[in-house]
Design a protein around this ligand. Structure first.
Ligand SMILES: N[C@@H]1[C@@H](O)[C@H](O)[C@@H](COP(=O)(O)O)O[C@@H]1O
Length: 260
């Protein structure tokens, strides 16, 4: 795992944006796996600014988002469909017909999950999967104890995840209980992963992901199995790592060096 530690949030976001932009420049028709959450908002903002400056185009990019809440139609203001439109899709030149999110309002969610896997396969798989991390170590909506062999399916959200996402809804009761999410194995099948974590609230989960045992108790630790996983952190999110000195030697100033 490449662990890149940057001095602050914006520096971490810039480094993550560099990796996304390089992927799309190298392969304009790259398939990106996209993530939601508060952490990703400044990343999408930075990518939108770089697009406006003429530095990067997503015109031929294909995208698949990690997850969506069960029960929310795409036009619901709290759906991840709406999040993606507002944060990114409406601000860059991506072709809406090439963007994909699971349908939270599908009449048969299990069938929708299987179809989503098939669509990823038909697109040739994911070149770069963007990820955030939950405070309990979840990736996508793969909560602790999620099978490390799982594919896209329906997951029940923990109360702690619902509490963390409650701020977007009118009440805790209205915060969805279920989500359709790519599985851990779906994520591991991508050709490269890029996980961005910022802020002290993520420090424990980051330490368990990078240095803890490989365990379904921390689904993000499954990235230890991925041959091309890059973790971009600000100093606060790196705060509980033991081997900081080593990561900083290998990647001085969070540089994405050739030797990893
Ligand atoms: N399903 C999303 C994840 O994809 C995201 O990485 C995580 C952290 O979100 P935030 O960045 O807001 O802390 O929780 C959400 O529930």
């Amino acid at each position: 795992m490449k662990v890149l530690i940057l001095p602050d949030e914006q520096a971490a976001v810039d480094r993550a944006a560099d990796i996304v932009a390089r992927t799309v420049r190298d392969a304009p028709d790259a398939v990106l796996g996209l993530a939601t959450g508060g952490t990703m908002l400044p990343l999408y903002e930075t990518l939108a600014q770089r697009h406006a400056a003429g530095d990067v185009s997503f015109a031929r990019t294909v995208s698949f988002n990690l997850d969506e809440y069960i029960g929310l139609p795409p036009e619901h203001p709290c759906s991840y469909h709406s999040y993606m439109r507002e944060a990114f899709f409406d601000r860059v030149d991506i072709d809406p017909s090439r963007t994909h999110l699971p349908r939270g309002d599908a009449p048969d969610p299990q069938a929708a999950a299987r179809d989503y896997e098939a669509a990823i396969e038909r697109a040739g798989g994911i070149d770069l999967q963007l990820l955030g991390i939950g405070r309990n170590g979840h990736i996508g909506f793969n909560e602790p104890t999620a099978s490390l062999g799982s594919r896209t399916r329906i997951k029940t959200l923990t109360d702690s995840t619902r509490q963390a996402n409650r701020r977007y809804f009118d009440s805790f009761d209205e915060t969805p209980r279920y989500a359709i999410t790519m599985g851990v194995a779906t994520i591991l099948a991508s050709r490269a992963c890029l996980l961005l974590a910022t802020g002290a609230a993520k420090a424990d989960a980051v330490a368990r992901m990078v240095e803890g045992p490989l365990s379904a108790a921390c689904p993000a630790s499954a990235l230890q199995l991925h041959a091309k996983a890059t973790v971009v952190l600000d100093r606060e999110a790196a705060g509980a790592l033991e081997l900081v000195g080593y990561y900083e030697t290998v990647h001085p100033e969070g540089r994405d060096t050739v030797f990893d």
